[in-house]
Design a protein around this ligand. Structure first.
Ligand code: ADP
Ligand code: MG
Length: 299
């Protein structure tokens, strides 16, 4: 595994405001990371620090294993942390040519990147004629011109209509599929769930969860069961070593587990106890349920 960015015990105070408190994160090549948290939870501050536009209070971060100086390392990073801003009277292509000049990269990539974000046909349109979604897509193309190792996006779908949101998420998925590492900040649960493999959940600058998106959702798997005889069912369940507790909701029995249990093993066990199920559903808490639980614990 190749580490792209390593953040260790980062703190940031703005006067009395503790914006970031002891944040650590390891970013490995090829994954898609989300920093998820409500407004004001320290997402943009964290991104600003690693992009060297905000001064940290304490802690450390290191790009690419510390092999390069910050200024060199950041040449391999593509970032969009502000509203896209280009010259309004220049075309999409002219704007990207200018970015190439500033970054010192060849024009070769321009058409490929415009195609990736679905703007090749609009390359000769002036920036001022673009919708917000198209502006955001042009910003992504611009950030990718030098084929960065990692793409950093801060709230990439803010302010967009549903179609614009969908387009941006599809583009992020395509970029990730080509092996580019991605780090995105978002206050939207479904955004992180849809595009990220890993997630750091922040609240008031503190980490509530760090790990895979799957790990966050699968931690709390449970069963929904139904049988003709509910009391026989709950009695049999109470004797099972993997069952933590049961709750009857309407005619369904919800089974909370101490450890993972396969649906077929549970079904077989109950059948041996003369309980015939009419309904069996193994469910995981959605990221939303997990997120609400996590944030509620700390209230
Ligand atoms: P997020 O991006 O998750 O919405 P931010 O990182 O922007 O959160 O903000 C985290 C906290 O730091 C908030 O309480 C915010 O008000 C504060 N903050 C951010 N930038 C500044 C600043 N330049 N000066 C003072 N306080 C700031
Ligand atoms: Mg922000």
């Amino acid at each position: 595994m190749e580490t792209i960015l390593s953040i260790k015990n980062l703190y940031k105070n703005y006067g009395k405001v503790k914006a970031v408190k002891n944040v650590s994160l390891e970013i490995q090549k090829g994954n898609v990371y989300g920093i998820l948290g409500p407004n004001g939870s320290g997402k943009s501050t964290t991104l600003g620090i690693v992009l060297n536009v905000v001064n940290k209070t304490s802690g450390d971060y290191e790009w690419f294993g510390g092999k390069l100086k910050d200024s060199e390392a950041l040449k391999h990073v593509g970032a969009i942390i502000e509203r896209p801003n280009f010259y309004p009277y220049m075309t999409a292509e002219q704007n990207l040519k200018l970015v190439c000049k500033i970054k010192g990269v060849k024009y070769d990539n321009i058409h490929k990147k415009l195609e990736l974000v679905g703007l090749l046909e609009r390359k000769d349109s002036k920036f001022s004629t673009f919708s917000l979604g198209m502006k955001q897509r042009l910003a992504i193309a611009s950030a990718l011109l030098n084929d960065p190792e990692i793409l950093i996006l801060d709230e990439p779908t803010n302010g967009l209509d549903p179609q614009g949101i969908h387009q941006i998420r599809e583009i992020i998925r395509v970029i990730a599929a080509t092996g580019t590492t991605i780090l995105l900040a978002s206050h939207l649960l479904d955004e992180v769930e849809k595009v990220c493999s890993h997630v750091l959940v922040l609240r008031k600058g503190e980490i509530l969860y760090s790990g895979t998106v799957d790990g966050m959702t699968s931690k709390e798997s449970f069963f929904e069961l139904q049988a003709e005889n509910t009391s026989l069912l709950t009695e049999a369940l109470s004797e099972h070593p993997s069952v933590a507790k049961t709750a009857v909701e309407e005619s369904k029995v919800i089974v909370y587990l101490k450890e993972d249990l396969k649906a077929d093993d549970l079904n077989r066990y109950l059948f041996q106890k003369n309980v015939v199920l009419t309904h069996l559903n193994k469910r995981k808490n959605s990221l939303e349920e997990q997120f609400l639980e996590l944030t509620a614990e700390k209230q």
